[in-house]
Every structure is written in C-alpha cells, then in structure tokens.
Ligand binder design. Sequence first.
Ligand SMILES: Cc1cc2nc3c(=O)[nH]c(=O)nc-3n(C[C@H](O)[C@H](O)[C@H](O)COP(=O)(O)O)c2cc1C
Ligand code: SF4
Ligand code: SF4
Ligand code: SF4
Length: 594
Amino acid sequence: MAFYRSHVLVSVDPECVKRGAHQIIDALNDELVAQGLIDEIQVLETSRIGDPVLFGPDIIVYPEGVHYACLSPDDIPYLVEEHFLKGRIVEKFRAQEKKIVDEELGAPKAKEVRVVLRNCGVIDPNNIEDYIAEDGYMALAKVLSDMTPEQVIDEVTRSGLRGRGGAGFLTGRKWQFCRNSQADMKYIVCNADEGDPGAFMNRRVLESDPHSVIEGMIIAAYAIGARQGYIYCRAEYPLAVKTLNIAIKQAREFGFLGENILGTGFSFDLEVRQGAGAFVCGEETALMASIEGRRGEPRPRPPFPAVSGLWGKPTNINNVETYANVPQIILKGADWFASMGTEKSKGTKTFALAGDVKHTGLIEVPLGITLREIVYDVGGGIKDDKGFKAIQTGGPMGGCLPAEFLDLPVDYESLTQAGSIMGSGGMVVMDEETCMVDIARFFMEFTQEESCGKCTPCRIGTRRLLEILTRICEGKGEDGDIERLEELCDQIRTASLCGLGQGAPNPVASTLKYFRHEYEAHIYEKRCPAKVCRALITYEIVPETCTGCTVCARNCPVNAITGERRQPHKIDPDICVRCGICMQVCNFNAIVIN
Ligand SMILES: Cc1cc2nc3c(=O)[nH]c(=O)nc-3n(C[C@H](O)[C@H](O)[C@H](O)COP(=O)(O)O)c2cc1C
Ligand code: SF4
Ligand code: SF4
Ligand code: SF4
C-alpha cells in the first residue's frame, strides 16, 4: 500500500459539486502531476466538509487539518505550490472556523484542551465519512503501511500514555507484555462499563465519536497480534451500544475491520457485549468472566490478562479514553502527546465535573492543571459564591481533599500521595455546607452495595464501616469509633482481593485525615458542624423575625408548628422530622438551623 505524506479531501456534497468540486479535483490532480507531487499527495472525495451553504467547494488537507474554502480552479496552482511545495498555509483561502457547538459539552471552556473530545458534536457519529473527513483511519493506514508492531508499541510507550480507566498503567508497556505472550489466539477488549455514579466521559465518546475508539482498538490489535476484539459496554447506555454497532458495520464495509484490512493481510474484527449493571464488572478480571458468560466476579492476579485473559488467552484490556487517544498519538507523534501534561502524566484527561461548582459537566484538560484551575477557571467557582470545602476525585473509591490541596497538580502520583486517586475521571466539588462524615457515609453506601461478596474483608468490612458511619450521623457515635474506623480501613485496604475493596476505604480514610474535627464534633459534642445530619440539628423559629404569616405551619407535613396568626410561631422538636420544608417556604428568613 502506497503511503502519502498528505491527503486532500474534497467535498463532493451536492452544493460543492454545483459550485465546481469536480473541476477542483481535476485541477488539483493536474497541478500535482505538473509539480511532481502526485506520488506524495493523494486527492480523495468525501461526502461533506463543514457547512456547504456557507463555504463550498471545500477541501481539507491532512495531516495538518487545514480547511480551504470557496476555491476556484484558478486558485489551485498557487495553492499547490505554496502548501505542498513550500509548506506554507495559504491564509487567504482558509475557511472561517467552524462554529458547531455540542449541546451537552458546549464550547470549550477556559483551559480546556480537547483531544479525546475533539470530534464530539463536530461529526455525525453514524456517518463514517464524517470521521474520515476529520483524519479518521489515517493513523490505521499509517500503521498498517508504514510501521511494524514494535514501532507502534514504541510510539505509544514514548508518548507516555497511561490507562485512563483508573490504575494509570503505561499503555505501551501493557501492549508489550501482551505482544510478548506466545499464543495461537489473542484478544483486545475495550472497557466501556463506566459505572462511577455521575461519570459519563466514556459514554460521550462512544455516542459521539465511536470510530476513534474502534480505530485505537484496531491499532492495538495490530500491535499485539490479536484477531478478535470485544467492547464491553454497559447496557444502561443503549445509545452508545447502538452507535457502536452502526460504526462497526460501517468500518467493516469500508474495509477497516474484518479479513485482510486495507489489503494488508491483517485481519481483525469486533463485537459489542453488554454488561448488565454490576459496578464490579468494570474490574478487568470480572469483566472478562462476564464476557465469557460466567458470573462477573474478580479473580486474583497474576496471571494478568496479558498472559491469561479471555478463555485463557493473552488479552489486552484498555479503557475507552485510552484507545481514543491512540490514533492521535500515531498521527501527531509521541512528542506532541508528551508535550502536554507533567513528567509522568502525559496528555489530557476528561473529567465529569459535578457538585457545587457553577459550571458542571464534561471537561477535558491537560494533566498537571491544578485543582484550583479546574474548580475556578473551568468550573467557574463555587455556586452562590459560597466557600470551597473539599474536592473528591476518582469516583466512589477516591479521597476527599481539602482547600490546602487546591494548588495540587492533577497527576497520578500527586493525587495518590495526597490520599485520593485519578480514577476514571469523576470529580465532585463540595461547598462549605457539606458534612464530610455524611459524604463518607454516602460513598460507603455505594461501595458496600456494589461489593460482590467474594471476599470477607470487603463483604463484611464495608458493611461494618457503613454501620459505624450511619451511627455517627444519627448522633449515636461512641468513644473509640474513630479508631475502629481507622483500623477497619487498614484491614479492608490490605486484605481485599480487588480494587473495589482496596479502594473502598479511601473516602473514609481521607475525611478522617483531613476533617477529623467533624467526626469528633458528631461523636463527642453531638453536633453536625455543617448542619446536615438530621439527628443532630433542630429547626427553630426566631420570634423577633417571625411575622406569624402561618405559611410554615400550613406546609409542615407533621403539624409540628403552632402559633396564632400575626404571632410568632413555634416548632415542637419532638414532633419535627427535620424535613426542612418550613425553612424553604418562609419568606422572612425567620427559621434557622441549630
Ligand atoms: C471496581 C472496579 C471498577 C472498574 N471500572 C472500570 C470501568 O468502568 N472502566 C474502566 O476502564 N476501568 C475500570 N476499572 C479498571 C479496570 O480494572 C482496568 O484497570 C482498566 O480497564 C484498564 O484499562 P486502562 O489501562 O486503559 O486504564 C475498574 C476497576 C475496579 C476495581
Ligand atoms: S474486594 Fe469486594 S468486590 Fe472485590 S472481589 Fe472482594 S468482595 Fe468482590
Ligand atoms: S413562615 Fe416564617 S414568618 Fe411565617 S409564621 Fe412561619 S416562621 Fe413565621
Ligand atoms: S422541618 Fe419539617 S417537620 Fe420540622 S417543623 Fe419544619 S416543616 Fe415541620
């Protein structure tokens, strides 16, 4: 297969054809022959570029991705000489920047850099030609025609890409392990089980740019020598499953999947498998058991999947975002990727920013950015201009970091050192009115519920942790509870079989470390400093402020409020169930929490 240094995609949508697209193609080919460049530059037709009504006829030159518009055949000799011979972009022919904005993502915010999300909202995920027009499958063509599997692994290793699913293992090294395993069959798996509550980074990529994941998987398959792949996608993502199946079908039709890909003799195919709701099935050994049709339970490692994975064969398993980075690394080079991030954490990372920030949602930022920049520059600061209290990174097994860590760079090592994790990209910001004991209880409720029960420290230990935390929040904390929590955290962390048990104590351990005074206030003073834990608060009416309007009394679901019209009202604390409705409906701010 010939390798071209540049590809020129000419739009042949009806509008562009009407405006002379075919004459542009002829003029380009003639000029490339005349200037001796026809073996280096390939001219291709594509179904659509940009907005045909505004521009037309349009061309895009790759790998630079330069978009020229409103061309006439007379412009072509100058364009070919300047762009392809002299390497200078011809600004006067350049199209105005596309202004397509993804509704869910919105326009990139300050400090955002979109690599993984670059095509989201820009291309039609159900049209492979859209992806091709945005340099899609060029990395695959380059790999198959110009690179050995070792060179591919070397490029990915040099880029410094680390797994985006949680553990942050070096992707190139993982591929090398799998390549080194000798077997008659090898597999590639994409972990699309995204189960962290509130996280939807992977869903967005699968629904908006499925081919970037598929292309990354084909490249990985070539690198390790696999012939079959599976995308394990959670069943709660029906649109992602549908989009993936359409994309796989189209990739087969275009010769990117199946037998003899692009005529190179390399064969690889893909299937989507659906996971049915168990968080633990995101753990790689449980995931593989689930694909094999067995109960999704983790097993001890080693052997690692690279040695013995699906059906006992060497298997490479990576996260959606990890694969989506690969085509860009191949096209733009390891050095480009490694130029973003920190010494040990390269590239960008997507996060689902949630909680008490002004702008919640999906973001993609270069690693090494500080937590402060994420909260204040990207997230717009704390809602209602309240104070910052903590940020929880890494999903339900992550830790809560206080304000003193706001200038911490977001990288794998720094977060772990601080007592949290990168995880797959969950990020919850909490304001000053958050109770950290209650937050620890909330996350423990999730992990305890999701424990598969295979090993005792996790099955019983998380339940004991939850019981103690619940007791403390209910005002029944006892002397010695803090020590009991610490001991349990240590035992569960060290004795659990898989990452769920090993990580489950993180929210408790980190809040004990950084917000110990809140535990002490709950246990010894029977007080919730954030005024959140119902059992430890009382609602009271300030007589001087109360106008006796009766609104609260009429809305109280348990008739706990009494008082004459135009006279100060009173709450009976023995009847009150602390629902907070009276406080919401009082127009005179006469109700306070003590
Ligand atoms: C309980 C649990 C849930 C996990 N869920 C996911 C998940 O939803 N997606 C994912 O990619 N990795 C998940 N992982 C991590 C995987 O086990 C594995 O490390 C990852 O898929 C490897 O891909 P990477 O190297 O590209 O990160 C989970 C791990 C644990 C312990
Ligand atoms: S640590 Fe928890 S989730 Fe993991 S195998 Fe043991 S019981 Fe199951
Ligand atoms: S709603 Fe407010 S002002 Fe009206 S009676 Fe109740 S506490 Fe008093
Ligand atoms: S908090 Fe709820 S139950 Fe208590 S007094 Fe107000 S409305 Fe009634």
